[in-house]
Design a binder for this molecule. Structure first.
Ligand SMILES: C[S@@+](CC[C@H](N)C(=O)[O-])C[C@H]1O[C@@H](n2cnc3c(N)ncnc32)[C@H](O)[C@@H]1O
Length: 273
């Protein structure tokens, strides 16, 4: 399922390519693409973060935003070669201290183990993964002792609601406890239509991990949950049809901070507690 989803994302990288000039201008100008909620969770990284690793980094715009927020060096990992190629072009245009890896997040190279003061991920990432315990174990092995995971993601509750014709919240028929679903094509307003017709695009697999599953996976990998915050932030503008008076009262995203005090044993035997 991951491999198929990676091919679908490689196709979707076409949309991100169209945003490259905008991303270059933003990063060159010292800007950040992250939401205020994320900046608040991350805090000032200046002098605090030698290396930040961004899992599922797409075209690198959010990764280089971490550099702009003060990380000395950033590393991005993504399954799509076309996304990583885009991230490399963004790096070349901005001179950022960044390195990039094409990899399934679950196979993140072991050379990065125990090197991250910060692992950042989110904004449409976890839904593409089929094994959250394996993902959390990767986060744990990447962090230096005392290092932090900062996650900012779509709230699973968001899958249960949509706007009706009057712009009021209405329940969808989504099952909160559903298993992965296969789909083709992308939402209007986000990736939308690509040069490959929807019906000829690759199948991809997504699922809304429940809040309980996310927290349990992170804690199960030996990280200590420091904060879990819910927010009405419409993180991908998926609910712009909601009437202004209706906005702000439902959780559409969440943030989580977790720290690790010691690293789990790695297959190489390095970095044992
Ligand atoms: C919505 S994007 C990431 C969010 C990012 N904030 C953005 O939009 O710029 C999802 C990314 O996850 C990547 N991805 C999906 N499954 C993956 C996996 N198993 N391992 C690594 N990357 C994966 C896709 O290639 C895509 O670039």
């Amino acid at each position: 399922m991951h491999a198929a989803t990676g091919v679908a994302w490689d196709e979707a990288a076409e949309r991100y390519e169209g945003w490259l000039d905008e991303a270059i201008e933003l990063i060159r100008g010292g800007g950040s693409n992250l939401f205020p909620e994320e900046v608040e969770l991350l805090g000032d990284l200046h002098g605090q973060c030698r290396r930040a690793i961004h899992l599922q980094c797409a075209g690198g715009r959010d990764t280089l935003s971490l550099w702009r927020l003060g990380a000395d060096e950033v590393v991005g990992v993504d399954l799509s070669p076309r996304m990583i190629d885009l991230a490399r072009r963004l790096t070349a245009a901005t001179g950022a201290p960044a390195s990039w890896f094409v990899s399934d997040v679950l196979d993140t190279p072991h050379e990065l183990d125990g090197t991250a003061n910060l692992v950042y991920t989110g904004r449409g990432s976890l839904l593409w993964l089929q094994d959250l315990d394996a993902w959390a174990a990767v986060v744990a092995r990447l962090l230096v002792p005392g290092g932090r995971l900062v996650l900012f993601e779509g709230h699973p509750f968001e899958w249960l609601v949509d706007g009706d014709e009057d712009g009021r919240w209405a329940l969808t028929d989504y099952d909160y406890f559903a298993r992965p679903e296969a789909s083709r094509g992308w939402s209007p307003g986000f990736i939308d239509h690509l040069s490959i017709p929807d019906g000829q695009q690759h199948w991809k697999f997504s699922r809304a991990w429940t809040l309980g599953e996310v927290v349990t996976a992170v804690a199960g990998a030996g990280l200590r949950i420091e904060r879990l915050v819910e927010s009405p932030r419409d993180w991908w503008s998926g609910h712009s049809d909601i009437a202004p008076g209706e906005r702000g009262r439902l959780p559409l995203s969440f943030g989580l901070i977790a720290t690790i005090t010691s690293r789990p044993a790695s297959p190489t035997g390095r970095g044992q507690a």
